[in-house]
Ligand binder design. Structure first.
Ligand SMILES: [Zn+2]
Ligand SMILES: [Zn+2]
Length: 273
């Protein structure tokens, strides 16, 4: 077993992969433990036990790591859903915050109540001073460039979007597994197409298995939604699971256009990798 592991590592490094800073991208995704992604906070879908409310949070767990991506918009709802999910916050190894909007950050104090170890909270570098000042006891790690976070989870690095002519910075997460990359977004203010494109640039030898989360198409026209759909197809995204701020119109459009490649991944749902 040891010998095989050493062999695999040597083989992967020997293929001369793309380097992102000092990280060897080809070596990512060599682990094969099953990963569970649970949607513990969202405003889309229906579940008998989980409360749905505007915002987003996902719980990501494998045998060795537990990662929280965003924390929802209402601390009470977030706390309730953590209980319903039977989640033990004390096993959290990392927290990733997509961006500094209320519907993704207001559960942070609940996380702080629950953690017993010094857990890193990875935030877009541009949001770090603000998040740090409102949560002074947290180990805030500013993220600028794409980087591995924990286990199979990577950050795209902070990307710029605009909202009402103001800049907004956001990071998305990538789960890298074998030859596949799974993209999970908070609100996708930088655009779901540029985010998937960044994932493809970071991992040029891997296919995009899934794009999931908020696509922020709520105020877009039918033509603009069609254009996004076409671009995701051109980039050979295998499946999509839009929720949160994607908007009902765009979600129904994707459902009819992508057929069995459309995945319902909403409040209380599990996605297994
Ligand atoms: Zn937002
Ligand atoms: Zn949002």
């Amino acid at each position: 077993m040891m010998k095989r592991r050493v062999f695999v590592r040597t083989f992967l490094l020997g293929t001369g992969g793309v380097m992102v800073r000092n990280y060897n991208v080809s070596a990512a995704g060599a682990d094969h433990d099953p990963i569970l992604v649970k949607m513990i906070y969202n405003n889309t879908g229906n579940h008998p036990d989980f409360k749905k409310e505007w915002g987003l949070a996902m719980w990501i767990e494998d045998n060795k790591h537990a990662i929280l991506f965003d924390t929802g918009g209402n601390p009470e709802t977030f706390r309730k859903n953590i209980l319903v999910a039977g989640i033990d916050l004390s096993i959290l190894s990392s927290v990733v915050i997509s961006h500094n909007h209320w519907d993704h950050i207001r559960g942070i104090p609940v996380v702080l109540d629950g953690i017993t170890q010094k857990t890193n909270i990875y935030v877009p570098a541009s949001n770090a001073p603000e998040i740090k000042s409102s949560n002074p006891f947290v180990n805030v790690v500013p993220v600028t460039d794409a980087r591995p976070i924990d286990g199979s989870v990577w950050s795209t690095g902070e990307m710029q979007g605009t909202i009402d002519a103001a800049n907004i910075f956001e990071q998305s997460i990538l789960i890298v597994r074998g030859n596949l990359v799974y993209v999970f977004t908070g609100c996708a203010h930088p655009g779901i197409v540029p985010i998937v494109d960044k994932a493809k640039t970071l991992f040029p030898d891997k296919a995009i298995a899934l794009a999931a989360g908020g696509f922020h198409l709520i105020n877009k026209s039918a033509e603009q939604i069609q254009e996004v759909s076409d671009k995701l197809n051109e980039m050979q995204v295998q499946k999509i699971a839009p929720s949160h701020c994607t908007g009902d119109k765009a979600i129904e459009f994707f459902r009819s256009e992508w057929k069995d490649r459309f995945i319902d991944f909403n409040i209380g749902d599990d996605y297994k990798i």
